[in-house]
Design a protein around this ligand. Structure first.
Ligand SMILES: [Fe+2]
Ligand SMILES: [Fe+2]
Length: 291
């Protein structure tokens, strides 16, 4: 293991949570782990935090989950999405805050991948499409952490991408000795995120390594490519990577399927533009308020 990798791993172990991760996440994890916990108890805990409640509802109602009806209460959201998705959304809301102030284009990229994951998971009739969507939202978690925790190394990665015209992932391996998939996996594990999310986060660039959640991983991989191909946001480099052969075999999509899905995806991306503008406006409002 090289020195940089060792240093990164050590620092990651101390990241019990992101600096912005609210204490409610710990309480929520405990409550959800309790077999007797009810949706109402969980909802009551979340609703104590007004800001968080509005963020969760905003995400649930946004274009990355394709619900036709508006979901207006946290208990409704829990019934529709399940405990795990709601808990992950709370973590996501916090990570998004970091992304919004650090890297808007990565944030947009993540939203696009979530929307594409949702469309693919529903098309392929997966049992938990919402969890796959959430995996899409969080898939590049490792990149956020590299940027916020190791800004100097992040700079070097970006410079190398430009200089050598290589993929972000390759530059990470060269500079850091570890890539954002593995960093994401270490953190997701540490934060007790469900395994269904862990594999897509870890292996969305190396689909062949997925063991239990192969389809979910292949979907996020494909969604990443779809989003890059649309030029929506940025995942750190300007190139569209090739589709992993294994992913193509797993998903068994036809050309017809693609023809049907692409316009739906493009519509969703348009809606997402409004969502991101709205969220940004709110953030600026908040910032100017506090200054
Ligand atoms: Fe990635
Ligand atoms: Fe990505």
């Amino acid at each position: 293991m090289n020195d940089t990798k060792r240093k990164i791993k050590k620092r990651l172990r101390s990241l019990q949570s992101l600096p912005t991760l609210p204490p409610i996440v710990g309480k929520l994890t405990k409550l959800i782990g309790d077999e007797n916990a009810t949706a109402n108890q969980v909802a009551a805990l979340i609703e104590k935090d007004q800001v968080l409640t509005s963020k969760v509802l905003k995400m649930v109602n946004s274009a990355f989950y394709g619900f036709p009806r508006r979901i207006s209460t946290v208990s409704n959201a829990i019934v529709l999405l399940g405990f795990n998705v709601i808990r992950t959304l709370i973590i996501t809301a916090s990570i998004f805050e970091t992304m919004q102030s650090n890297d808007l284009s990565l944030w947009e990229h993540s939203l696009g991948v979530a929307a594409a994951s949702d469309i693919l998971a529903r098309k392929l009739e997966l049992q938990n499409p919402e969890e796959v969507t959430t995996a899409g939202l969080l898939h590049d978690l490792g990149k956020v952490v590299i940027r916020t925790e190791f800004p100097d190394l992040y700079r070097k990665v970006i410079d190398l991408v430009r200089q050598k015209k290589i993929y972000f992932l390759e530059a990470e391996k060269e500079i850091l000795g570890i890539d954002h998939g593995e960093i994401g996996r270490l953190l997701a594990n540490q934060w007790n995120l469900p395994e269904r999310l862990l594999e897509p986060i870890a292996y969305h660039h190396e689909v062949h390594k997925a063991r239990k959640f192969k389809k979910e991983t292949a979907i996020v991989h494909f969604a990443d490519i779809m989003t890059r191909a649309e030029g929506y946001g940025s995942g750190g480099d300007p190139w569209v990577p090739p589709l992993h052969e294994k992913a193509w075999k797993l998903l068994k999509l036809t050309e017809e399927d693609l023809k049907e899905m692409i316009p739906i995806f493009e519509d969703r991306l348009l809606e997402l533009r409004f969502f991101t503008l709205e969220m940004q406006d709110e953030n600026y409002g908040k910032n100017s308020h506090s200054s």
